[in-house]
Design a protein around this ligand. Structure first.
Ligand code: FAD
Length: 318
Protein backbone atom coordinates (compact mmCIF):
# COMPACT_ATOMS: atom_id res chain seq x y z
CA UNK A 1 0.00 0.00 0.00
CA UNK A 2 1.11 3.55 -0.62
CA UNK A 3 2.16 5.83 2.24
CA UNK A 4 -0.66 8.20 1.29
CA UNK A 5 -3.17 5.32 1.38
CA UNK A 6 -1.98 4.36 4.87
CA UNK A 7 -2.54 7.97 5.94
CA UNK A 8 -6.03 8.06 4.41
CA UNK A 9 -6.92 4.72 5.98
CA UNK A 10 -5.84 5.95 9.44
CA UNK A 11 -8.61 8.62 9.26
CA UNK A 12 -6.78 11.24 11.30
CA UNK A 13 -5.06 8.81 13.70
CA UNK A 14 -1.30 9.54 13.91
CA UNK A 15 0.81 6.64 12.59
CA UNK A 16 4.24 5.51 13.79
CA UNK A 17 7.10 4.98 11.36
CA UNK A 18 10.85 5.01 11.38
CA UNK A 19 13.93 5.05 9.21
CA UNK A 20 16.85 2.64 9.27
CA UNK A 21 20.35 2.71 7.83
CA UNK A 22 21.76 -0.35 5.99
CA UNK A 23 24.53 -2.13 7.90
CA UNK A 24 28.14 -1.43 6.97
CA UNK A 25 29.46 -3.55 4.10
CA UNK A 26 30.32 -6.98 5.48
CA UNK A 27 28.06 -6.79 8.56
CA UNK A 28 25.09 -9.09 9.04
CA UNK A 29 21.49 -8.04 8.37
CA UNK A 30 20.58 -9.75 11.68
CA UNK A 31 21.78 -6.63 13.52
CA UNK A 32 19.15 -4.68 11.63
CA UNK A 33 16.39 -7.16 12.43
CA UNK A 34 17.38 -7.04 16.12
CA UNK A 35 16.75 -3.30 16.04
CA UNK A 36 13.50 -3.55 14.07
CA UNK A 37 11.95 -6.36 16.18
CA UNK A 38 11.26 -4.25 19.31
CA UNK A 39 9.58 -1.53 17.21
CA UNK A 40 7.10 -3.78 15.42
CA UNK A 41 4.68 -3.76 18.39
CA UNK A 42 3.85 -0.14 17.41
CA UNK A 43 2.67 -1.37 14.01
CA UNK A 44 4.57 0.88 11.61
CA UNK A 45 2.70 0.79 8.27
CA UNK A 46 5.96 1.60 6.49
CA UNK A 47 9.69 1.64 7.21
CA UNK A 48 12.20 3.80 5.33
CA UNK A 49 15.64 2.51 4.36
CA UNK A 50 18.28 5.15 3.61
CA UNK A 51 20.82 5.11 0.79
CA UNK A 52 24.36 6.29 1.42
CA UNK A 53 26.53 8.28 -0.94
CA UNK A 54 29.61 6.57 -2.34
CA UNK A 55 32.90 7.71 -0.80
CA UNK A 56 36.60 7.59 -1.48
CA UNK A 57 38.67 5.24 0.64
CA UNK A 58 42.42 4.76 0.56
CA UNK A 59 43.67 1.17 0.30
CA UNK A 60 47.23 0.37 1.43
CA UNK A 61 49.04 -1.17 -1.56
CA UNK A 62 51.73 -2.58 0.72
CA UNK A 63 54.55 -0.68 -1.01
CA UNK A 64 54.15 2.56 0.91
CA UNK A 65 51.57 3.82 -1.58
CA UNK A 66 47.80 4.18 -1.23
CA UNK A 67 45.19 3.37 -3.85
CA UNK A 68 42.18 5.73 -4.01
CA UNK A 69 38.99 3.69 -4.47
CA UNK A 70 35.39 4.75 -4.80
CA UNK A 71 33.04 2.58 -2.74
CA UNK A 72 29.64 2.58 -1.06
CA UNK A 73 30.11 1.60 2.60
CA UNK A 74 26.44 0.84 3.25
CA UNK A 75 25.05 -0.82 0.11
CA UNK A 76 21.92 -2.95 -0.11
CA UNK A 77 19.01 -0.51 0.32
CA UNK A 78 16.69 -2.28 -2.10
CA UNK A 79 17.59 -5.79 -0.91
CA UNK A 80 16.93 -4.71 2.68
CA UNK A 81 13.58 -3.21 1.66
CA UNK A 82 12.55 -6.45 -0.03
CA UNK A 83 13.69 -8.57 2.89
CA UNK A 84 11.93 -6.42 5.53
CA UNK A 85 8.74 -6.34 3.44
CA UNK A 86 8.81 -10.12 3.22
CA UNK A 87 9.80 -10.81 6.85
CA UNK A 88 7.48 -8.33 8.61
CA UNK A 89 4.70 -7.91 6.01
CA UNK A 90 5.19 -4.16 6.13
CA UNK A 91 5.62 -1.60 3.37
CA UNK A 92 9.11 -0.30 2.82
CA UNK A 93 10.37 2.95 1.34
CA UNK A 94 13.77 2.88 -0.33
CA UNK A 95 15.53 6.23 -0.51
CA UNK A 96 16.69 7.08 -4.04
CA UNK A 97 19.45 9.62 -4.57
CA UNK A 98 20.43 11.77 -7.53
CA UNK A 99 24.04 11.76 -6.29
CA UNK A 100 26.13 8.86 -7.57
CA UNK A 101 23.51 7.48 -9.95
CA UNK A 102 22.85 8.00 -13.64
CA UNK A 103 19.23 8.25 -14.74
CA UNK A 104 19.70 4.83 -16.32
CA UNK A 105 20.81 3.30 -13.00
CA UNK A 106 17.88 5.00 -11.27
CA UNK A 107 15.51 3.52 -13.81
CA UNK A 108 16.89 0.00 -13.16
CA UNK A 109 16.35 0.51 -9.43
CA UNK A 110 12.77 1.66 -10.07
CA UNK A 111 12.10 -1.30 -12.34
CA UNK A 112 13.37 -3.60 -9.57
CA UNK A 113 11.12 -1.83 -7.03
CA UNK A 114 8.15 -2.29 -9.36
CA UNK A 115 8.86 -6.04 -9.79
CA UNK A 116 9.24 -6.41 -6.01
CA UNK A 117 5.90 -4.73 -5.31
CA UNK A 118 7.60 -1.78 -3.62
CA UNK A 119 5.49 1.20 -4.63
CA UNK A 120 6.78 3.89 -2.29
CA UNK A 121 10.06 5.73 -2.85
CA UNK A 122 11.69 8.74 -1.25
CA UNK A 123 13.27 11.01 -3.89
CA UNK A 124 16.34 12.89 -2.65
CA UNK A 125 19.24 14.75 -4.13
CA UNK A 126 21.80 13.53 -1.59
CA UNK A 127 24.63 15.56 -0.09
CA UNK A 128 28.03 16.30 -1.54
CA UNK A 129 30.53 13.46 -1.12
CA UNK A 130 32.81 13.78 1.92
CA UNK A 131 35.70 15.36 0.04
CA UNK A 132 33.59 17.52 -2.28
CA UNK A 133 32.99 21.25 -1.63
CA UNK A 134 29.49 21.09 -3.06
CA UNK A 135 27.13 18.59 -4.62
CA UNK A 136 28.16 17.37 -8.08
CA UNK A 137 25.72 15.13 -9.98
CA UNK A 138 27.04 12.07 -11.77
CA UNK A 139 27.35 12.56 -15.54
CA UNK A 140 23.97 11.47 -16.90
CA UNK A 141 22.37 11.76 -13.46
CA UNK A 142 19.68 14.01 -12.01
CA UNK A 143 20.75 17.42 -10.68
CA UNK A 144 18.05 18.06 -8.09
CA UNK A 145 15.42 16.01 -6.32
CA UNK A 146 12.80 17.69 -8.52
CA UNK A 147 14.42 16.06 -11.58
CA UNK A 148 14.33 12.67 -9.87
CA UNK A 149 10.66 13.16 -8.97
CA UNK A 150 9.99 14.00 -12.63
CA UNK A 151 11.78 10.84 -13.75
CA UNK A 152 9.74 8.67 -11.37
CA UNK A 153 6.56 10.40 -12.46
CA UNK A 154 7.40 9.61 -16.09
CA UNK A 155 7.48 5.92 -15.17
CA UNK A 156 4.09 6.34 -13.52
CA UNK A 157 2.89 7.40 -16.95
CA UNK A 158 4.49 4.36 -18.60
CA UNK A 159 7.30 6.43 -20.08
CA UNK A 160 10.75 4.90 -19.74
CA UNK A 161 14.05 6.48 -20.76
CA UNK A 162 14.91 6.64 -24.46
CA UNK A 163 11.23 6.76 -25.42
CA UNK A 164 10.56 3.09 -24.73
CA UNK A 165 6.82 2.99 -24.09
CA UNK A 166 5.29 0.23 -22.03
CA UNK A 167 1.80 1.52 -21.34
CA UNK A 168 0.64 -1.90 -20.11
CA UNK A 169 3.11 -1.90 -17.30
CA UNK A 170 2.89 1.59 -15.85
CA UNK A 171 4.52 2.03 -12.49
CA UNK A 172 2.46 3.53 -9.68
CA UNK A 173 4.95 4.99 -7.24
CA UNK A 174 3.96 7.10 -4.28
CA UNK A 175 6.76 9.66 -4.05
CA UNK A 176 8.06 11.22 -0.84
CA UNK A 177 10.40 14.23 -0.77
CA UNK A 178 12.36 16.07 1.91
CA UNK A 179 11.30 19.36 3.53
CA UNK A 180 13.29 21.60 5.85
CA UNK A 181 11.50 23.52 8.63
CA UNK A 182 14.72 25.48 9.25
CA UNK A 183 15.53 25.63 5.49
CA UNK A 184 18.03 23.50 3.61
CA UNK A 185 21.59 24.52 4.38
CA UNK A 186 22.28 25.67 0.80
CA UNK A 187 19.05 27.61 0.33
CA UNK A 188 19.38 31.41 0.44
CA UNK A 189 16.11 31.75 2.41
CA UNK A 190 13.27 29.64 3.80
CA UNK A 191 10.90 31.21 1.28
CA UNK A 192 13.13 30.19 -1.66
CA UNK A 193 13.49 26.70 -0.23
CA UNK A 194 9.69 26.46 0.07
CA UNK A 195 9.38 27.45 -3.60
CA UNK A 196 11.73 24.55 -4.43
CA UNK A 197 9.61 22.26 -2.29
CA UNK A 198 6.49 23.36 -4.17
CA UNK A 199 8.29 22.54 -7.45
CA UNK A 200 8.88 18.99 -6.16
CA UNK A 201 5.20 18.62 -5.30
CA UNK A 202 4.14 20.06 -8.66
CA UNK A 203 6.47 17.55 -10.35
CA UNK A 204 4.58 14.69 -8.69
CA UNK A 205 5.63 14.30 -5.04
CA UNK A 206 2.82 12.86 -2.92
CA UNK A 207 4.07 13.63 0.59
CA UNK A 208 6.86 15.38 2.48
CA UNK A 209 9.03 14.14 5.36
CA UNK A 210 10.88 16.84 7.25
CA UNK A 211 14.41 17.13 8.43
CA UNK A 212 14.76 16.69 12.20
CA UNK A 213 13.89 19.68 14.37
CA UNK A 214 13.79 20.13 18.13
CA UNK A 215 11.42 23.06 18.42
CA UNK A 216 7.88 22.22 17.33
CA UNK A 217 7.03 25.86 16.66
CA UNK A 218 9.47 25.73 13.71
CA UNK A 219 7.53 22.77 12.26
CA UNK A 220 4.14 24.43 12.77
CA UNK A 221 5.38 27.64 11.11
CA UNK A 222 6.84 25.62 8.22
CA UNK A 223 3.54 23.79 7.64
CA UNK A 224 1.63 27.10 7.75
CA UNK A 225 3.94 28.68 5.17
CA UNK A 226 3.83 25.56 2.97
CA UNK A 227 0.03 25.59 3.02
CA UNK A 228 -0.02 29.33 2.20
CA UNK A 229 2.15 28.53 -0.78
CA UNK A 230 -0.39 25.99 -2.03
CA UNK A 231 1.35 22.79 -0.90
CA UNK A 232 -1.49 20.50 0.10
CA UNK A 233 0.19 17.07 0.41
CA UNK A 234 0.72 15.43 3.85
CA UNK A 235 3.72 16.79 5.78
CA UNK A 236 5.30 14.24 8.11
CA UNK A 237 7.57 15.47 10.93
CA UNK A 238 10.94 13.74 11.35
CA UNK A 239 12.04 13.28 14.97
CA UNK A 240 15.46 12.38 16.28
CA UNK A 241 16.24 11.94 19.97
CA UNK A 242 19.53 13.42 21.19
CA UNK A 243 21.67 10.53 22.46
CA UNK A 244 25.19 11.82 23.12
CA UNK A 245 26.84 15.10 24.18
CA UNK A 246 28.46 15.64 20.78
CA UNK A 247 25.03 15.88 19.12
CA UNK A 248 24.95 19.44 20.51
CA UNK A 249 27.74 20.38 18.11
CA UNK A 250 27.30 17.87 15.29
CA UNK A 251 23.59 18.28 14.54
CA UNK A 252 23.69 22.10 14.11
CA UNK A 253 26.91 21.76 12.12
CA UNK A 254 25.67 19.10 9.69
CA UNK A 255 22.03 20.10 9.35
CA UNK A 256 22.19 23.84 10.19
CA UNK A 257 19.41 23.48 12.73
CA UNK A 258 19.05 25.30 16.06
CA UNK A 259 18.71 23.50 19.36
CA UNK A 260 16.47 25.10 22.02
CA UNK A 261 18.27 26.57 25.07
CA UNK A 262 16.27 24.37 27.48
CA UNK A 263 17.44 21.24 25.68
CA UNK A 264 21.07 22.39 25.61
CA UNK A 265 20.96 23.25 29.33
CA UNK A 266 19.38 19.90 30.21
CA UNK A 267 22.05 17.99 28.25
CA UNK A 268 24.88 20.05 29.75
CA UNK A 269 23.69 19.23 33.27
CA UNK A 270 23.98 15.47 32.60
CA UNK A 271 26.79 13.53 34.27
CA UNK A 272 26.97 10.65 31.78
CA UNK A 273 25.64 9.31 28.47
CA UNK A 274 22.81 7.40 30.12
CA UNK A 275 21.46 10.69 31.52
CA UNK A 276 21.86 12.41 28.14
CA UNK A 277 19.97 9.61 26.41
CA UNK A 278 17.16 10.01 28.95
CA UNK A 279 16.98 13.77 28.33
CA UNK A 280 16.81 13.04 24.57
CA UNK A 281 14.02 10.52 25.10
CA UNK A 282 11.98 12.86 27.33
CA UNK A 283 12.37 15.74 24.89
CA UNK A 284 11.27 13.58 21.94
CA UNK A 285 8.27 12.31 23.95
CA UNK A 286 7.13 15.89 24.65
CA UNK A 287 7.65 16.86 21.00
CA UNK A 288 5.75 13.78 19.82
CA UNK A 289 2.81 14.27 22.19
CA UNK A 290 2.37 17.87 21.06
CA UNK A 291 2.69 16.98 17.36
CA UNK A 292 0.22 14.13 17.74
CA UNK A 293 -2.25 16.42 19.48
CA UNK A 294 -1.86 18.82 16.54
CA UNK A 295 -2.96 15.98 14.23
CA UNK A 296 0.20 15.18 12.26
CA UNK A 297 -0.43 12.18 9.95
CA UNK A 298 2.69 10.24 10.96
CA UNK A 299 5.51 10.59 13.49
CA UNK A 300 8.64 9.48 11.66
CA UNK A 301 11.67 8.64 13.81
CA UNK A 302 15.28 8.70 12.73
CA UNK A 303 16.54 5.54 14.44
CA UNK A 304 20.16 5.81 13.24
CA UNK A 305 20.44 2.05 13.69
CA UNK A 306 19.49 2.10 17.41
CA UNK A 307 15.98 1.26 18.45
CA UNK A 308 15.87 1.23 22.25
CA UNK A 309 15.32 4.99 22.64
CA UNK A 310 12.71 4.97 19.85
CA UNK A 311 10.93 2.08 21.60
CA UNK A 312 10.82 4.03 24.86
CA UNK A 313 9.46 7.11 23.10
CA UNK A 314 6.84 5.15 21.15
CA UNK A 315 5.66 3.34 24.28
CA UNK A 316 4.70 6.72 25.80
CA UNK A 317 3.18 8.19 22.64
CA UNK A 318 1.34 5.34 20.85
P1 FAD B 1 16.72 19.22 -3.31
O1 FAD B 1 15.27 19.27 -3.11
O2 FAD B 1 17.23 18.98 -4.69
O3 FAD B 1 17.33 20.59 -2.76
C1 FAD B 1 18.72 20.75 -2.57
C2 FAD B 1 19.06 22.23 -2.52
O4 FAD B 1 18.95 22.79 -3.82
C3 FAD B 1 18.14 23.07 -1.65
O5 FAD B 1 18.89 24.09 -1.07
C4 FAD B 1 17.11 23.64 -2.63
O6 FAD B 1 16.56 24.85 -2.15
C5 FAD B 1 17.98 23.83 -3.85
N1 FAD B 1 17.27 23.66 -5.12
C6 FAD B 1 16.34 22.74 -5.42
N2 FAD B 1 15.97 22.85 -6.71
C7 FAD B 1 16.72 23.84 -7.25
C8 FAD B 1 16.84 24.43 -8.53
N3 FAD B 1 16.08 24.02 -9.55
N4 FAD B 1 17.73 25.44 -8.70
C9 FAD B 1 18.50 25.88 -7.68
N5 FAD B 1 18.43 25.36 -6.43
C10 FAD B 1 17.56 24.37 -6.23
N6 FAD B 1 20.68 11.82 2.26
C11 FAD B 1 21.25 10.67 1.84
O7 FAD B 1 22.39 10.70 1.35
N7 FAD B 1 20.60 9.47 1.95
C12 FAD B 1 19.35 9.38 2.46
O8 FAD B 1 18.79 8.28 2.53
C13 FAD B 1 18.72 10.57 2.93
N8 FAD B 1 17.48 10.55 3.46
C14 FAD B 1 16.88 11.73 3.85
C15 FAD B 1 15.57 11.69 4.36
C16 FAD B 1 14.95 12.86 4.78
C17 FAD B 1 13.55 12.82 5.33
C18 FAD B 1 15.66 14.10 4.70
C19 FAD B 1 15.00 15.38 5.18
C20 FAD B 1 16.94 14.14 4.19
C21 FAD B 1 17.57 12.97 3.75
N9 FAD B 1 18.85 12.97 3.21
C22 FAD B 1 19.43 11.80 2.79
C23 FAD B 1 19.61 14.23 3.10
C24 FAD B 1 19.43 14.94 1.74
O9 FAD B 1 19.95 14.13 0.71
C25 FAD B 1 20.16 16.27 1.81
O10 FAD B 1 19.54 17.13 2.72
C26 FAD B 1 20.46 16.96 0.49
O11 FAD B 1 21.44 17.97 0.72
C27 FAD B 1 19.25 17.64 -0.15
O12 FAD B 1 18.38 16.73 -0.63
P2 FAD B 1 16.93 17.21 -1.20
O13 FAD B 1 16.30 16.02 -1.76
O14 FAD B 1 16.21 18.01 -0.20
O15 FAD B 1 17.45 18.16 -2.39
Amino acid sequence: MKVTEHIEKAKGETLFSFEIIPPQKGKSIQELYDNIDPLMEFKPPFIDVTTSREEYIYVDKGNGLLDKKLTRMRPGTLGICASIKHKYQVDTVPHLLCGGFTQEETEYMLVDCHYLGINNVMALRGDAMKDEQSFVPKVGGNNYAVDLVAQINQLNHGKYLHDVMDIDNKADFCIGVAGYPEKHLEAPSLQTDLKRLKEKVDAGADYIVTQMFFDNSKFFEFVKKAREMGITVPIIPGIKPIAVQKHLQILPQIFRIDLPEDLINAVEKCKNNAEIRQVGIEWAIQQSIELKAAGVPVLHYYSMGKSENIRQIASKVF
